[in-house]
Structures are given as structure tokens and as C-alpha cells.
Ligand binder design. Structure first.
Ligand code: NFS
Length: 649
């Protein structure tokens, strides 16, 4: 750790999750560094954090601070901030979309019989997706259709001209707006490459066009790579329906072999799950003194496996090192994204095997068992066997006795079904209850946890305060796991909801906080918003709906890309925690709020404090209601310090 300063680190204040303090004290005793300690000892560079550092060429890096308003090439603060932002969005779009590409390749390999015993789980969704793509389904068996769907999906990545096929799923009005502004993505890869090109030194030098570039690139993920990932994963592994499970480190088992699946891709995780129930593996586990094999998850691989198989999440992104500190993890299998290299140091102190499974992400000096997409079952068995054999090396174990029950798996399809049954599946009751004011609006609380914020504090506060104000909340990504860890994903949570929202939740039998999936599944939210606009009573576009998206503890470039496609799709977005990546330019910061609202009907603003985020959300929702002429007098329930302190227990 460079940049040492006077030690201030206190395990009791960096998180409101009691398991964090418990594990961090163990880390301190063993002198193991974690993300929490490193965040405490490394001061972020404020110039870089606000988008004020340009390191695109060797005339710099230029830091545009103080009296320096231009770089050596003459680029001003606006250009530099917008260019940095576009690069971040492009990296996020690349990550989500490359994930989608791999799912398409897997679907093709399975459907064409190249994968041993691979199957297609959801043929209804397959037919639906084929319909979106304009593929004739008549007389075709599932595998033939799946090959055509996979080929169409794969073609979206390399397409050079025209429009992505899923653009046609957006509201008509939105499509026309995008066309008129020239931001309809042509091909997924093309938009990421163009973003890199236009940000090369001496290319695009106008912050407004750079930010249009960010919108176009992000739409290629939101209505392209991410949406394809969601759809094709549903086809392969099943469209989620509600499932019970539990969350937090207490889901690890003292007497079973524990395998943690971490990252973002569900393929290997599902094969590992299958392998853990093979008699041969169970016998081996028993012969070594274990009573069975337990699989739990971290990050979005956890969400994917939770929604479809009920695999319990052991924690969100900040829990990855803490899980190993329990001493109870025989193997942590990682694929791609949000995986800390710091895991290697923690794993070195324990018997845990850290196994990288993706050819494009080897974590430090971890063991690599690269999954051959044509024979994933073989890799899964090898991993499970290796984990089971490692049980014999387990030493002292310290698993916090903390976990909360939860219900997850509210896909768009299930929400329609729960509101109208099989015959009349629709969002009409949702829209009606928004119009009559029982539901004030809808908020999506998404994204990460960050060591630059107090872990879980902002997400829990924002969610609790919004449901208290009769705002129906959907959650994805690490915010969904945070909600689960703090007991917000059960029907009993309606006790914290406003009266009219609680009544609706009770009637339907749902929690006021709906777990909607992983981060690529933010595309499910786009689908729900589009459906709300099509259902009637709330306008005819995503812009204007009484709906807001929030990421109170964001950290990744993927989160910025999600924010950008949401804003470009017409939603207002509020990010919290660490501050704005364009703070170095007041002009760009304001433009993303007012300029984008005027141009796209959506916006992106950065607000530090959770309570201010709630106030801004309610303002945006109430303004939308007023514009729709459905405003009714509604009280505001704002939490005081005592109420907020209660959440920290
Ligand atoms: Ni999303 Fe999922 Fe979590 Fe943030 Fe990372 S795991 S893709 S980026 S940290 S929510």
C-alpha cells in the first residue's frame, strides 16, 4: 500500500452489515489486507475522479485543474470530461455485450448439438425471442429455431449498417426520437469501436456530440448486448419465477463442502450445481467427513443462479474477500467482471482454491481451469472434485451466524402473470394503481456496493424511504443482494411500506421490493417500462413515466453505461456515493441533467447523500405525475436521524 496516511480504519464503521465488521476483525488479526483497508489507505485522485485528467496521448497526461483550463492540444475541460465519460461507457458496454455474445455462442453450440447433453430450458421464450427477431417459427423444432435465433443474435455484434433488431422493441415515439437524433446503434461492436475512435486524441472535440456518442454506445448494450444476454439466458436456463432463498455469509455451511461461484456468467455455475448432486461427488464428500456440498454465490453469477435455482447469495461485491476469510470456502470459482485481484492474497492465507474459469480473465496467480464451451460439464466436474478433495485441508472456520430469507426472480413475464393470470397477463393493474395514486411511482435501485461509501447504507436507506413513500421498488445487481441481506426482499417488508403500497402488496402477495435479476437484467426494466407505456394511462413513452432509476453505491464503468442507456431511453437517473465522473466540468454536469432532459427526456445526476436522493426521486416522480395530470396530494415520509440509525443495527 503506497500513499500511507495516519491510520483511521475502523471495521465497525465501514459497513452496516454486521458480518463485515466480524470478518474485517479477523482480517486485521491475520494482517490480511482487504478492499476496505486499501480504500482507507489509498486516497482517490480528485482530478481523475472528476474527469479532469486527460491521458490520451504522450503530450500529457494533462490535469485540467486550477488555472489550467486546456490540455497541451487545446482540449478544454468539457471535451476532456465528456471524452473520459464516453470511454467509461464504452468499457461498460463492451463488458455487458461481450457477456451477451458468449451466451449467444453457447446457445448456438447447444442447439447445434456441439455440447454434450446441453438442453434448452424455455421454448416459450425461444418462440417469443424469435418473434422479436422476425424469425418464422412455424414447423421448426426447438434446436433449429435456437440456431436461427443465435445466428441473428451473433449478427447483431458485427452488423455495420442499419439498426439493431431490438430497437424495434422500444416505444415507437422513442425510436423516432433516436432516429431524428442519429443515435440508433447500427451494430454492437461497431458502436464500441466508434466510441474508442472518436475519443482518440484529436478526434471528436465537442462535449455534446461526445455525449451523444455515449448515448448511442450505451443503447447498443441496453437494447442490444445486455438485452440479448437476458433473453438468451432465459432460453437456456429458464425465465425466472419467484424462488425462496437466503442471503449473507451465514449461508455458508460448517459441515459441508462450500463452493462459491463469483462473477457474471451462469453457464459454468449451472453445470457446477448439477455436478454437486452427482452420487460420485457426494460419496467423495462423505468419505472426507463432509455432510454434503453447498453452492453459494457472489455478485451477478449469484443473482443469475439465485433467480433460476435458488442458490443463496453469500454477499455482494464487497463480500468477495470476506467470504474467504471465513475459512470455510473450499473453492471460489470466478469467471468475468468485478473480481478483485486482492482475492489471491486472502486465498493464500487459507486453504481456499481460487479458480479462474474464463480464458479472458485470469486472476493473479490463481489456478486456471478454462472452460471449453463445448465441454463445460467436464470442467465443472473437475472443479467440484477439486473443491471436495480440498475439504480435508480445512482448518479453523468462522462463519457469521447471519442470513436473511428472501424471495427473488420477478421477471417481466412473471410480473405480467402475477397481475393478470395466464389468460389476462398484463401490467394494467400496475398502471391503474399508479394512476389512482396508491402506487406513487416506480424506482429501480440498481448497481454496486463501493468501499468509498459505507457498505449497504445508502441502498438500504433509499429503498426503505422509497417504499415508505408508496414507491414500488425493483432491484438488480449487487443492490438486489444488499436488499436481500437486509431482509428487504420478503413479503413481510410491506410492514415498512406506505399504507396504500402495503395494501397492494398484500392483495397480490408480493414484497414491495422486487428482485429482478443481475445487471444485464436491467434490460428487463427497459422492457417493463416500455410495457407500462404501451399499457395506457401513463403516456406513450418511457420519458414521462413516474419512474426513476438510482444507483446509490455505484463503482463500475458498467454502472455508468447502464445509467446512460436509461437516460437515453427517457428515464431520470440518480447516482450516489462517490460523486460525479464529470465533476471537473460544470458545463457537462449541467448538460447531463438539463440538456439531456430537453433532448432525450431522461437525465443523469449525481447526489451524494441518500436522503437527498430520495427527495430528488420524489420530486421527479411528482413532477411526472403532474405532467400526466394524475397528481394527488401525497405526504412525504422522510426519515429522521433516529430512524436512520435504527437501520445501522
Ligand atoms: Ni453490476 Fe454485477 Fe455488482 Fe456492480 Fe459488479 S457485480 S454487473 S457492476 S459490483 S452491481
Amino acid at each position: 500500500m503506497s500513499d500511507d496516511k495516519k491510520r483511521t480504519f475502523d471495521p465497525d464503521v465501514v459497513s452496516i452489515d454486521p458480518t463485515a465488521a466480524e470478518m474485517l476483525k479477523i482480517a486485521e488479526d491475520c494482517e490480511i489486507s482487504t478492499v476496505f483497508q486499501r480504500a482507507d489507505s489509498i486516497k482517490p485522485c480528485s482530478t481523475g475522479a472528476g474527469g479532469g485528467c486527460c491521458k490520451l496521448c504522450a503530450m500529457g497526461p494533462c490535469r485540467l485543474i486550477g488555472k489550467h483550463d486546456r490540455g497541451v492540444c487545446g482540449a478544454d475541460r468539457e471535451t476532456v470530461a465528456a471524452r473520459n465519460f464516453l470511454r467509461q461507457v464504452a468499457a461498460g458496454a463492451a463488458a455487458h455485450s461481450d457477456h451477451g455474445r458468449d451466451v449467444a455462442l453457447t446457445l448456438r453450440a447447444i442447439a447445434s448439438g456441439e455440447v454434450e447433453d446441453g438442453t434448452i430450458a424455455d421454448t416459450v421464450k425461444l418462440a417469443k425471442v424469435a418473434g422479436y427477431m422476425g424469425i418464422d417459427v412455424a414447423g421448426k423444432d426447438a434446436n433449429t429455431l435456437a440456431v436461427e435465433v443465435a445466428d441473428c443474435a451473433l449478427a447483431q455484434f458485427g452488423q455495420q449498417t442499419g439498426e439493431l433488431v431490438y430497437i424495434g422493441r422500444a416505444p415507437e415515439k422513442r425510436q423516432e426520437l433516436w432516429r431524428s437524433l442519429g443515435v440508433v446503434p447500427r451494430g454492437i461492436d461497431r458502436e464500441v469501436v466508434e466510441a474508442m475512435h472518436r475519443t482518440h486524441a484529436g478526434t471528436d472535440q465537442n462535449y455534446k456530440t461526445l455525449l451523444d456518442g455515449a448515448i448511442k454506445c450505451s443503447l447498443a448494450s441496453g437494447w442490444g448486448g445486455s438485452m440479448l444476454a437476458t433473453d438468451l439466458q432465459d432460453i437456456l436456463y429458464g425465465t425466472p419465477t419467484p424462488v425462496r432463498s437466503s442471503a449473507n455469509l451465514g449461508v455458508l455451511s460448517e459441515d459441508k463442502v462450500n463452493i462459491l461461484i463469483h462473477g457474471h456468467e451462469p453457464l459454468l455455475a449451472s453445470m457446477i450445481l448439477d455436478a454437486t448432486s452427482e452420487p460420485e461427488m457426494l460419496e467423495l464428500a462423505k468419505s472426507l467427513g463432509a455432510t454434503g456440498i453447498n453452492v453459494a454465490g457472489i455478485c451477478c453469477t449469484a443473482n443469475e443462479s439465485l433467480m433460476r435455482k435458488g442458490v443463496p447469495p453469500a454477499g455482494n461485491m464487497l463480500h468477495q474477500e470476506l467470504a474467504i476469510l471465513t475459512g470455510a470456502v473450499e473453492a471460489m470459482v470466478v469467471d468475468v467482471q468485478c473480481i478483485f485481484q486482492g482475492l489471491t492474497e486472502v486465498a493464500d492465507h487459507f486453504h481456499t482454491k481460487l479458480i479462474s474459469s474464463s480464458p479472458k480473465a485470469c486472476v493473479g496467480d490463481s489456478e486456471q481451469i478454462v472452460v471449453d464451451e463445448h465441454r463445460p460439464r467436464e470442467a465443472a466436474r473437475q472443479i467440484v472434485r477439486s473443491a471436495v478433495e480440498n475439504f480435508a485441508n480445512r482448518k479453523e472456520v468462522h462463519i457469521p451466524n447471519v442470513s436473511e430469507p428472501l424471495v427473488a426472480g420477478f421477471s417481466h413475464e412473471y410480473i405480467r402473470y402475477m397481475l393478470g393470470g395466464t389468460m389476462r397477463a398484463s401490467l394494467t393493474p400496475l398502471n391503474e394503481n399508479i394512476v389512482n395514486g396508491r402506487i406513487r411511482g416506480v424506482a429501480a435501485v440498481v448497481g454496486c456496493s463501493s468501499p468509498r461509501s459505507v457498505q449497504d447504507y445508502a441502498v438500504v436507506n433509499v429503498v426503505r424511504e422509497l417504499i415508505a413513500n408508496n414507491v414500488l421498488v425493483v432491484v438488480t445487481g449487487c443492490a438486489a443482494i444488499t436488499s436481500g441481506k437486509h431482509g428487504l426482499l420478503t413479503p413481510e417488508t410491506m410492514a415498512f411500506a406506505g399504507e396504500s403500497l402495503a395494501e397492494i402488496c398484500e392483495t397480490i402477495g408480493i414484497p414491495p421490493v422486487l428482485h429482478m435479476g443481475s445487471c444485464v437484467d436491467n434490460s428487463r426494466i427497459l422492457t417493463v417500462l416500455t410495457d407500462m407505456a404501451a399499457t395506457g394511462g401513463l403516456g406513450d413513452d418511457i420519458a414521462g413515466l413516474p419512474a426513476v432509476a438510482l444507483s446509490p453505491e455505484w463503482f463500475s464503468e458498467k454502472a455508468l453505461e447502464i445509467a446512460t442507456y436509461a437516460a437515453g431511453s427517457g428515464a431520470h437517473v440518480i447516482f450516489g456515493g462517490v460523486g460525479s465522473p464529470v465533476a471537473n466540468s460544470e458545463v457537462v454536469s449541467t448538460y447531463m441533467i438539463d440538456g439531456w432532459t430537453e433532448r432525450y427526456g431522461g437525465s443523469l445526476r449525481f447526489i451524494k447523500e441518500p436522503q437527498d436522493m430520495v427527495v430528488a426521486t420524489l420530486d421527479l416522480i411528482d413532477n411526472a405525475r403532474k405532467a400526466l395530470k394524475i397528481d394527488v396530494a401525497a405526504e412525504r415520509v422522510l426519515f429522521d436521524m433516529d430512524m436512520r440509525r435504527e437501520l445501522s443495527v
